[in-house]
Design a protein around this ligand. Structure first.
Ligand SMILES: *[C@@H]1O[C@H](CO)[C@@H](O)[C@H](O)[C@H]1NC(C)=O
Ligand SMILES: *[C@@H]1O[C@H](CO)[C@@H](O)[C@H](O)[C@H]1NC(C)=O
Ligand SMILES: *[C@@H]1O[C@H](CO)[C@@H](O)[C@H](O)[C@H]1NC(C)=O
Length: 475
């Protein structure tokens, strides 16, 4: 009898732990989803309403689904490209890309349509649950992923990224680099709209710290909060966001949707330095954290992309965290610039003169085939669709001429980030570390997921989620 209840107790214990684990995982997923949801409108906004083709909207899903209409639908005479994990809410549309036209749809029943040439995937929503297998030799796979590895780590490894033929990622190595996705134009970079003269910044220093930090996504893979926490021991930092919060914004600005508000920019612009720390450390992963201070006329104190030196507007425009041995050294350097007007002004000379000496940056901005918040240009999603459409047409034309088709394949460097690494800082007792407890294990598991995905893709047959996870955890 007693033995039985001990056994029962163990069973309860086990069930309870399992439940707890499940709840934690669910919570994590919900948090991630929440973050993603917040961003979603951004994508649909981006596409805007500038497509006359959109306006026609003749190709609604329902019309396409029944047999006869389907044959006579406008899609069948053009190459069909199926958005397998959709990026926009749009059902279907014909898009003109120069002299080529393609039919884009999110309707997966087109999987086996004879005119279907390829599949487009949005990285954040790329899901192993139902992929378009078997993949025909002629099927193009194209990946759009502008986000950091926080969203879908498994794509950031050679076995998975090389499954794709065409890429648009933040990496300057990808087929359509999105490295400057957060920079509207060179003019915006040079603009004096928010620029505050140093005399005024100096007088504002009586109430403001030399440095400002605004982050509400705390403990990301880059471990930025550990660094900033340490830095705060040596120099004053005003932190308005949820992370390391120590100062409140004026009430009307507390809502995150006010982040783009010009009043908010006005506040930031009064500071001498902005802590610009990315949420992940990957070559060419550069966000508004870098460009915004430059636009405002504040000196960024930057940590993130190891390739950042290539992207500075001029040699002396940014303080690079990596060039300092410790947060303390960085603090000393900032204090020195804060007390020495001439040294500080040297970092904004490019802004006052409007001279951007970085030719590579100027060329990249001039040559990119898309715009940011610019209705006179394609947005980056349209440009991506057209890149794929034009490549599909190129092979169609080659075939007509009896030539061998061109081949495209993503390389490992089209999407890659090193394993997340915590800063080695000398704090007292070991504190909880998001890198150690969450990001590192998640990165290590994602490598196994990439291998499993590769193995299943090479088998080239429909597979189940169970088969996938069995492979991931096989040893
Ligand atoms: C930065 O300085 C180096 C030499 O000191 C020079 O070769 C390089 O072109 C400069 N870069 C920019 C963006 O001005
Ligand atoms: C697309 O990639 C697959 C897998 O690497 C490859 O077999 C196929 O030939 C590629 N197609 C084109 C058109 O490059
Ligand atoms: C793959 O299998 C699932 C479930 O058996 C099925 O619903 C789906 O249509 C299949 N996909 C393809 C492309 O055959």
């Amino acid at each position: 009898m007693a033995r039985l209840s001990v056994k029962k107790l163990w069973v309860y214990c086990f069930c309870f732990s399992a439940l707890l684990f499940f709840l934690i995982v669910t919570l994590q997923v919900l948090v991630e989803l929440g973050q993603f949801e917040k961003k979603k409108p951004h994508h649909s906004d981006l596409r805007g309403n500038k497509h006359e083709v959109d306006q026609l909207n003749l190709f609604k899903k329902n019309n396409l689904l029944n047999g006869i209409e389907r044959l006579s639908d406008p899609g069948h005479q053009y190459p069909i490209l199926v958005w397998w994990s959709p990026l926009t809410g749009e059902d279907s549309r014909l898009a003109g890309c120069g002299k080529n036209t393609c039919f884009f749809t999110i309707d997966k029943t087109y999987y086996d349509h004879p005119m279907t040439e390829g599949f487009l995937f949005y990285g954040t929503d790329f899901n192993i649950e139902s992929l378009p297998f078997p993949r025909k030799a002629s099927h193009h796979w194209a990946l759009f992923h502008e986000e950091s590895p926080k969203n879908n780590y498994k794509l950031f490894h050679e076995p998975s990224i090389t499954l794709f033929n065409h890429t648009a990622t933040f990496s300057s190595h990808s087929h359509m680099p999105l490295t400057t996705q957060y920079l509207e134009s060179v003019e915006v970079l040079k603009s004096h709209t928010y620029l505050v003269p140093l005399s005024k910044k100096n007088s504002r220093r009586q109430n403001l710290a030399p440095l400002v930090y605004v982050q509400s996504d705390c403990d990301p893979p880059s471990d930025r909060d550990s660094y900033v926490r340490e830095l705060m021991k040596y120099i004053e930092v005003d932190s308005y966001g949820e992370c390391l919060h120590n100062r409140d914004l004026p009430p009307p600005l507390k809502n995150p949707s006010a982040m783009d508000d010009r009043h908010f920019y006005g506040i930031l612009a009064q500071y001498k330095f902005i802590l610009s720390f990315e949420n992940a450390v990957c070559d060419d992963y550069i966000t508004e954290k870098f460009w915004r201070p430059l636009k405002l006329g504040v000196v960024p104190v930057y940590y993130g992309s190891p390739s950042i030196a290539k992207w500075l507007p001029s040699n002396k425009s940014v303080v690079l965290v990596n060039t300092f041995a410790s947060p303390q050294d960085l603090a000393e350097y900032i204090k020195d610039l804060d007390q020495n007007d001439k040294k500080y002004e040297a970092y904004l000379e490019w802004k006052w003169t409007g001279e951007i000496s970085n030719q590579m940056l100027l060329t990249t901005m001039k040559e990119r085939s898309w715009g940011v918040q610019d209705i006179s240009q394609d947005n980056y999603i349209d440009a991506f669709e057209c890149m794929v459409c034009n490549r599909v047409w190129e092979n169609t034309n080659r075939k007509k001429q009896g030539l061998v088709p061109r081949l495209w394949q993503a390389q490992a460097n089209h999407l890659s980030c090193p394993a997340p690494k915590a800063f080695s800082l000398s704090h007292g007792p070991t504190r909880w570390s998001s890198v150690r407890e969450v990001w590192k294990p998640s990165f290590e598991q994602s490598k196994k997921e990439a291998h499993a995905l590769r193995q299943l893709a090479e088998r080239n047959a429909n597979f189940t989620v169970e088969e996938f996870w069995k492979l991931v955890f096989k040893d």
